[in-house]
Design a protein around this ligand. Structure first.
Ligand code: SAM
Length: 252
């Protein structure tokens, strides 16, 4: 039988990052190796990710998340943002894409939010072991923090990967993104029907337009897109609705 296991070494990973315009230092490469090892170790005790061999973690999680770097950098050039901007990743799970991005862009002020305690415990462990500064780990639901003054409309950039469909993501992200900020959703190859579904809620929470950037991972590991939503107006206090409501009864 043909062995279909992906072969993608740490050297391949470093080369791909360099080719995308963000070469990693030896320290950063070392951090990524540790992160992948701890992910494998913790994954044996608890379900953190279905992608669990070292090479696949490098390619399908780390490199995939890092496709955001050039897109985010372009957003920073267009807006008032800087590499020190406040960023939130909600439904981050084992740190995707927020923690991966923090390792590649250490100046970012990163908040990682997930509603599952075992996942935030893992994130706190990594932050602690790698001595990362300016990272906040929040065990909470996104809809809850969106109601709190410390978080509401406080983030220049909000991120989400594999969390929910666009109408739900947009309702949750809208109240957290500051006016003139951006929401980035990492999506599959054809997000257009989800975007059509999200037009109405986008208008209600203050997003003005969507842009879609397609990308392709090496070794045929996947075609994906990054959807970028620009926020031009404040979000009414009525959003988000109570926890779970956006999923049960999306505004379409
Ligand atoms: C499919 S996982 C994706 C994790 C990660 N973003 C990734 O790309 O691998 C979805 C994550 O969203 C979290 N989640 C679901 N609903 C949430 C909510 N309302 N607020 C915060 N986290 C939530 C889950 O606990 C889970 O870790």
């Amino acid at each position: 039988m043909v062995d279909t296991k992906i072969q993608f070494s740490i050297e391949d990973f470093a080369r791909e990052c360099e080719q995308r315009g963000f070469p990693l230092s030896l320290k950063q490469i070392d951090q990524f190796i540790h992160y992948a090892n701890w992910l494998q170790e913790w994954n044996q005790k608890m379900n953190l990710t279905a992608i669990s061999d070292f090479d696949s973690i490098l390619l399908k999680h780390f490199l995939d998340c890092l496709e955001l770097v050039p897109v985010l950098q372009r957003g920073m050039e267009k807006s008032k943002g800087s590499t020190h901007s406040k960023v939130l990743d909600f439904g981050t799970g084992a740190g995707f894409p927020g923690l991966v991005l923090k390792l590649a862009m250490p100046e970012l002020s990163m908040t990682l939010c997930d509603s599952l305690r075992k996942r935030t415990d893992f994130l706190s462990f990594i932050v602690d072991q790698l001595n990362l500064t300016d990272v906040q780990v929040l065990h909470a639901r996104t809809e809850e923090i969106a109601k709190l003054g410390d978080y509401r409309e406080r983030f220049a950039y909000v991120l989400a990967r594999a969390v929910a469909r666009m109408p739900v993501l947009i309702e949750w992200a809208g109240p957290l993104v500051q006016v003139e900020g951006y929401f980035y959703a990492m999506k599959g190859p054809h997000p257009q029907s989800e975007l059509l579904e999200a037009n109405r809620i986008a208008e209600r929470v203050g997003f003005l337009r969507f842009d879609v950037t397609p990308y392709e991972l090496p070794l045929g590991a996947g075609d994906h897109t990054i959807v970028c939503a620009y926020k031009g107006r404040p979000t009414p206090r009525s959003f988000p609705r109570r926890p779970g409501e956006a999923q049960r009864n999306p505004i379409l």
